[in-house]
Design a binder for this molecule. Structure first.
Ligand SMILES: [Zn+2]
Length: 383
């Protein structure tokens, strides 16, 4: 087996809790397929096939523009299909099967191409003239392809106008489908209304998401309530040298009950390494039969993934599932984000994993080399 493949296999983190094999999409962070990631892969494959070194997988400006539009994902997908001539207009369907008429449902006199239905049909011309956007110049350039027209729009330097344009184009296509498949004629005003409402809903939901209060961040290490235990974990990754995991377990009085410092020969990604450190810390608490556990990490991604209920098929997501399962075995369990300044001991334990004198496990104390850290996270008890 070639070395590089063996290394990749070796990099797969082993899971702790058993789970069934499943198929995951390698090219997205969460292991799930999306049109966006699929398109990127297709683009990079076609660039490789065409052997054009300058554009190895780098998306075109039009592609970037479409996927950066602040419009609902379904509208971005529609825009992408439009730009690539993938809309199932009658001219395209007729090419595949002569059973379908190639003529436009509205005017009945012209072959329905993407350009015709979205721009040149008299109904569409009227739609654009009545729309809140001023696109008169574009409407006259009927020889240009729709992709060329999108290129012009993409250079408007007017984010709101570009988003509105995408919504209107989508509403126009939607009205065409309602007419063909439901036999209902929508008015121009109804189309504008749907486009604007859909855009407003999307953008205000997005804004609400942004305005969510930031997670509280603490500067100093704080002890857990009495009867509870806190584990702080951290990881350190060095290219070609492996991964260091650090964990420290303390009680409500701040007493260090256990520390752990462990070196793994594989250099994992930072997120996976942080998740492995968390799992390592949890297993430590479970092996010691402790209960009421708070897990603290300075990796926001681990906290968000643990608290989110979205499934994640990636290696990272699998370790998060492990953390959830182990966490469920405690009467109470939480994963908390902390600043690095409140995670010094775990951080140093992770670094210490690379030193020769690290032998992996220190019960009830810090390794002698890290004695100086005893007071690194001196907390002020609340009075
Ligand atoms: Zn027409």
């Amino acid at each position: 087996m070639p070395d590089h493949i063996a290394r990749e296999i070796f990099k797969i983190p082993l899971i702790h809790i058993g789970c069934k094999d499943r198929i995951a999409w390698h090219y997205s962070a969460n292991g799930k397929y999306s049109v966006k990631s699929g398109y990127r892969v297709a683009l990079s494959l076609s660039a490789q096939t065409l052997n054009c070194p300058g554009q190895s997988g780098s998306p075109s400006p039009l592609w970037k523009w479409i996927w950066n539009l602040e419009v609902p994902p379904k509208v971005r997908v529609f825009m992408w299909k439009t730009a690539h001539g993938r809309l199932p207009v009658r001219a395209a369907l007729h090419r595949r099967s002569t059973d379908t008429t190639p003529y436009c449902q509205r005017c009945g006199t012209t072959i329905e191409t993407v350009e015709h239905t979205l721009r040149d049909c008299p109904w569409s011309q009227f739609f654009w003239r009545a729309s809140p956007l001023r696109l008169d110049n574009l409407l006259h350039t009927t020889t240009a392809s729709i992709a060329d027209m999108l290129m012009v729009i993409s250079k408007m330097n007017n984010n709101d106008g570009e988003c509105l344009f995408a919504m209107l184009l989508w509403a126009l296509w939607r009205a065409r489908n309602v007419l063909i498949f439901q036999g209902k004629e929508m008015s121009h005003m109804q189309c504008f209304d749907i486009a604007l409402r859909c855009l407003n809903d999307f953008q205000s939901n997005k804004l609400r998401g942004r305005k969510q209060p930031a997670m509280p961040q603490q500067m100093d290490w704080t002890p857990p309530p009495e009867g509870h235990f806190k584990i702080n974990t951290d990881a350190s990754v060095m290219k070609n040298e492996g991964t260091g995991l650090g964990a420290v377990l303390r009680d409500h009085a701040g007493n260090i009950l256990h520390t752990r410092s462990e070196h793994l020969t594989v250099d994992y990604s930072v997120e996976i390494a942080e998740a492995l450190a968390c799992r390592k810390g949890l297993l430590l608490a479970r092996d010691l039969h402790l209960d009421h556990i708070q897990l603290e990490t300075d990796c926001m991604k681990v906290v968000q993934a643990h608290n989110s209920h979205q499934s994640d098929l990636s290696y990272f997501g699998t370790i998060i599932n492990d953390i959830r399962s182990i966490g469920n075995s405690f009467s109470s369990f939480s994963v908390i984000f902390t600043r690095r300044t409140a995670n010094t001991i775990a951080h140093n334990l992770a670094k210490f994993a690379f030193s020769n004198s690290c032998n992996g496990f220190y019960s009830g104390s810090l390794p002698p080399e890290l004695d100086f850290l005893y007071f690194a996270e001196d907390f002020s008890s609340e009075s």
